[in-house]
Design a protein around this ligand. Sequence first.
Ligand code: PLP
Length: 408
Amino acid sequence: MKNKKFKGISTLTLHTAAKENNNSSHTTPIYATSTFTFDTAQEGMERFAGKDKTKLYTRWGNPTFAAAEQTIEALEAHGLTNEKGEPLQLKALLHSSGQAAMSTLFLSNLSAGDTLISHFSLYGGTQELMQKILLEAGIKTIIIDVRDSALLKKTLEENKGVKLIHLETPANPTLQCVDIESICTIAHAHGVKVSVDNTVATPYLQQPFALGADYVFHSATKFLNGHGSALNGVLLGKDLEFMNTKVWKWHVLLGGNSNAFDSYLLIQGMKTLEIRMERHCSNAAKVSDFLDKHAAIEKVNYTGLKSHPDHAIASKQMKQHAPLISFELKGGIEAGKKFLDALEVCTRAVSLGTVDTLVSHPASMTHFSIPREERIKYGITDGLIRMSVGIENFEDLEADLAQALSKI
Ligand SMILES: *Cc1c(COP(=O)(O)O)cnc(C)c1O
């Protein structure tokens, strides 16, 4: 990563990605190639022996992926320093999806007999990865309320095989937030590493490395891309030696590499991260205020509301409140269906972080494969509606929500 110093996030996302081309292209070229040529046998040998793995074979790396990785490294390290006071250096590995990056994270850090600690209300795919693939690979997951420090310490004392604590904050769809800094302090005292799924907050709102995290994960499919045009996942680490050896090797062998076109779309999307997030966040605050006051609504989950149980920690560790809201209608699931069907501006779709507002029903969609009792225990009730607030003009969102709520 070129350690260019930019004061602001937009300058950083516009100017970090290397252009890597001989033809004066203004945008980063799409290197649609599986392999790279060597002028001489000697050059091939040198490239294989060298540190730069971006010009060998695309599963190992590609200049378009590298440009996206450099921008994400710069975003997560922006303004941060290491123990020596030098600018923090990170290593990012771009993957084909969030799930691919998560697989590399778990499988390169955990092996049979090891234990992972995590919390409830995780992204459905993360929870299933733990309960199906990791379990069959002999890796146990303990789900506890990590907000309870005494319980976390007790669990670490009683389970000597714990190697990693995986956090998702804010967590989807209840917006549960956990204290990254205090959990990292407890984990490190027990020699345990911490990974943070920063998808919902984005590095614009929250920088887990500043709070002690060892790894940061993103489904770059969401706010980083911002337009719902491609899937990508990224895993970042600050132990450069470990990232460049074992983690890189597992990434390459598992084969979850991205592709040049999706990487290009990600690079283009990230250029507007800051201005998109500003609008997403201000719209979300207004939408939650509107919903919270509406007679048809039972409950609104949004970390910006004082009524949210994790409002204090969310306010402490995020620059603004993340633009994700979930809410329950007084009429339960039937009212929910009528509400979804009546929407005319908001888009009915799963996923989150796109420029348009997306509305979904977790119980029947994203969290369908989680058993009902478990889901309800974690706050994902039958009538819960989730909304990823977009950048539309607020007046249009307000009018759409008002007319749809009048029809239930
Ligand atoms: C979408 C998502 C994932 C999975 O990412 P994919 O890109 O869909 O594979 C993981 N965590 C969170 C919080 C997500 O929203």
